[in-house]
Write a protein that binds this ligand. Structure first.
Ligand SMILES: NC(=O)c1ccc[n+]([C@@H]2O[C@H](COP(=O)([O-])OP(=O)(O)OC[C@H]3O[C@@H](n4cnc5c(N)ncnc54)[C@H](OP(=O)(O)O)[C@@H]3O)[C@@H](O)[C@H]2O)c1
Length: 161
């Protein structure tokens, strides 16, 4: 298995890179501003999704079977919406299976329960950009898995009653 983790230098991406390499997968990953230390079994590519042609070069060079997009540009539309659309288009062009990591921020939170049939109703610029990315991914890479993550707090929480 050959996987490309787009956003491998991030919080979630770093763990995916660690687990993919530990599982023996041929692992390529990208960073934008903070290059991780070189580790065994991982090839790193610099990628800024605001450079339209660059994702194509990285996917062509890595030649992965699967692409996992765990980038986050927060409310920066050029990264979070346009950038993830570019990842989806490149993955589709190269015949890669795509996993696109989205967010519960696509929802307003006005309901108590949400499931996959609920339509996005974002109330923040970040949520709107993530919702736009989801729409682009569904159209450009219909076989993609869209995962809506919710991580309430990056800090380790004490375990207790
Ligand atoms: N963390 C949460 O609480 C949470 C909750 C719900 C959903 N999510 C989703 O989970 C995914 C991962 O989140 P995270 O917390 O791991 O994010 P993160 O730690 O902020 O990492 C973001 C990643 O995106 C890269 N990136 C930023 N700007 C970029 C650009 N212009 N071009 C290319 N890459 C760029 C960063 O690279 P550099 O660091 O090298 O610049 C980094 O690898 C995101 O899709 C996010 O929306 C996260």
């Amino acid at each position: 298995m050959k996987v490309l983790v787009v956003g491998g230098s991030g919080f979630l991406g770093a763990e995916l890179v660690r687990q993919a390499a530990a599982a023996g997968w041929v692992t390529a990953a990208t960073y934008c501003s903070s290059r991780p230390a070189a580790g065994p079994g991982v090839s790193w590519h610099r990628l800024d999704l605001r450079e339209p042609e660059r994702i194509e070069e990285v996917v062509a060079a890595a030649a992965p079977r699967a692409v996992v997009d765990v980038t986050s540009g927060d409310a920066d539309w050029a990264v979070t919406a346009d950038g993830s659309a570019r990842v989806a288009a490149a993955a589709a062009r190269h015949g890669c299976r795509l996993v696109h990591v989205s967010s519960d921020a696509v929802f307003s939170g006005s309901r108590v329960h949400y499931d996959e049939t609920c339509l996005p109703d974002p109330v923040t610029p970040y949520g709107a950009a993530k919702a736009a990315a989801e729409t682009a991914v569904r159209i450009l890479a219909p076989d993609a898995a869209v995962v809506r993550a919710y991580l309430a707090d990056r800090r380790a929480r004490p375990v207790g009653p």
